[in-house]
Design a protein around this ligand. Structure first.
Ligand code: UDP
Length: 472
């Protein structure tokens, strides 16, 4: 008898590939065969950065398809990349599924689990009569905001291109925390043309997600109870992190520099400021220099992730005393290290989950998209962190950086609340918790599809047997 076979399709960005890889690990550990589809570009990044000690279950296999973006094109242009993917990949995905189903191992694709940002995948699955589930890798409130677009249009808060018309606080339901319309995900995407591209893409994507059987979300009921109650179609299964099952995080686009772990071993408990802005964020030179000076002024040890594409000379010369710089860190291990005292973060959702699970207070430095709503949750709802204020020239000054770091490390209430949140969230993914139950249901759904698939195959055979036994 063949195994259930899930085709997993992440969105082609670091913050989406890592959680989808973690989902893959969970599925194969439950006996589900997984084919993981990356774009050729991300597949190459992941393969080049992976180390040999990553023991992958035999049930996992990797495939890739071109995304249509040419080498000379700018991959940081999110809208362009998304558009190209949408033009090129649906046909190729169809051919891939036909190829996988043509393999003579009886393990046809029984379901597709796709990032909800890859809405077109649900259309392909629907066309091919394959059941599908959406995986939203960010906060539930982020998705709820997208699902509330028709209401925002009706209330005249945005126009039909997504451009902000009214700056106001909105509540998606009476029990949910109010969010600023200026923090809508697509509104925080840059200039107006970028916002329009992001909005158009988001709206398109949302239409297709309706074709999915269910939507799972990498969050937990304990983090966003009101959102999950008001939007019951979003099922929390998180935090889905490798560190929760004491395993290595996989799917990185850059090679990890593990020397920082030995460096952390030499620092006092709770003393280190871990500074990381995810895979995308860039700083202008002035702000970069100010951050360097601010970190130096604290006289505290800091570990700073400066990706190759962020580096510049001034910065390197400026940080000699207390800091350790790496190009890419094993972030989950770093955050769980006892020497780390706080997380200065861009508030990407994975980083938020990882910091919470490690019981750390945050210093929030959001950059774009949903990161501003995430910051609001950290500072106003969970009260486990602080944001930075900009001065009149639009810069976060070195004094502001030093002051906020001092406050977060010296006022123990932040740490107490962070540890409390960590405990609450741990209940969710422990046996019998909300996320655990939803995940078990999800596995049952996948296995049930396989049963259905086998029954469908077995039906003609059963009729034949009845026919024989009754000597018809
Ligand atoms: N990450 C890492 N090492 C680093 C920086 C980031 O492993 O030095 C990982 C981090 O653990 C997280 C992901 O990269 O899982 C970044 O995702 P997030 O949603 O935080 O931010 P994005 O990159 O999408 O902006």
């Amino acid at each position: 008898m063949g195994k259930p076979h899930a085709l997993l399709v992440p969105y082609a960005a670091q913050g989406h590939v890592i959680p989808m890889m973690e989902l893959m690990q969970r599925l194969v550990n439950h006996g589900v065969k997984v084919t993981f589809l990356n774009t050729d570009f991300t597949h190459k990044l992941v393969t080049n950065a992976s180390s040999n000690d990553e023991n992958l279950n035999d049930l996992a296999s990797f495939v890739s398809l071109p995304d249509g973006v040419e080498d000379e094109e700018d991959r940081k242009d999110v809208g362009k990349v998304a558009e190209s993917i949408y033009q090129v990949m649906p046909k190729k995905l169809e051919e891939l599924i036909e190829r996988l189903n043509g393999n003579d191992n009886g393990e046809k694709v029984t379901c597709v689990v796709a990032d909800t940002c890859m809405g077109w995948v649900f259309e392909v699955a629907d066309k091919m009569k394959i059941r599908s589930a959406g995986f939203w890798t960010a906060s539930a409130v982020g998705l709820a905001t997208l699902w509330s677009v028709p209401k925002f249009l009706e209330d005249g808060i945005i126009d039909n291109k997504g451009t902000l018309v009214k700056k106001q606080m909105v509540q998606l339901s009476p029990s949910m925390p109010a969010i600023s319309s200026e923090d809508f995900m697509w509104v925080r995407f840059g200039d107006i043309p970028m916002q329009e591209i992001a909005f158009d893409f988001t709206v398109k994507t949302n239409e297709f997600v309706k074709l999915a059987d269910r939507v799972i979300c990498n969050s937990s009921y304990e983090l966003e109870p009101a959102t999950f109650t008001s939007f019951p179609k979003i099922l929390p299964i998180g935090p889905l992190l490798a560190s929760n099952r004491v395993a290595n995080q996989i799917g990185h686009f850059w090679k990890e520099d593990s020397t920082c772990l030995t460096w952390l071993d030499q620092q006092p408990v709770g003393s280190v400021i871990y500074v990381a802005f995810g895979s995308f964020t860039l700083f202008d030179q002035r702000q970069f220099d100010e951050l360097t000076l601010g970190l130096e002024m604290t006289n505290r040890p800091f570990l700073w992730v400066v990706r190759e594409d962020m580096k510049n000379e001034g910065f390197i010369n400026g940080t000699k005393t207390h800091g350790k710089i790496v190009g890419w860190a094993p972030q989950q291990k770093v955050l769980n290290h006892p020497s780390v005292g706080c997380f200065l973060s861009h508030c990407g959702w994975n980083s938020v989950l990882e910091g919470i699970t490690s019981g750390l207070p945050f210093l929030c430095w959001p950059y774009f998209s949903d990161q501003f709503i995430n910051q609001m949750f950290i500072s106003d709802v969970w009260k486990t962190g602080l944001g930075f204020d900009k001065d009149e020239s639009g810069i976060v000054s070195k004094e502001e950086i030093k002051n906020k770091i001092d406050r977060i490390l010296e006022n123990h209430e932040f740490k107490v609340r962070a540890l409390d949140l960590k405990e609450k969230v741990a209940v969710s993914y422990s046996k019998g918790g909300h996320s655990d139950k939803n995940f078990s249901n999800f596995i049952e759904w996948i296995q049930g599809l396989q049963g259905y698939h086998i029954a469908a195959q077995a039906w003609p055979c059963l009729i034949y047997r009845c026919y024989k036994s009754y000597n018809l």
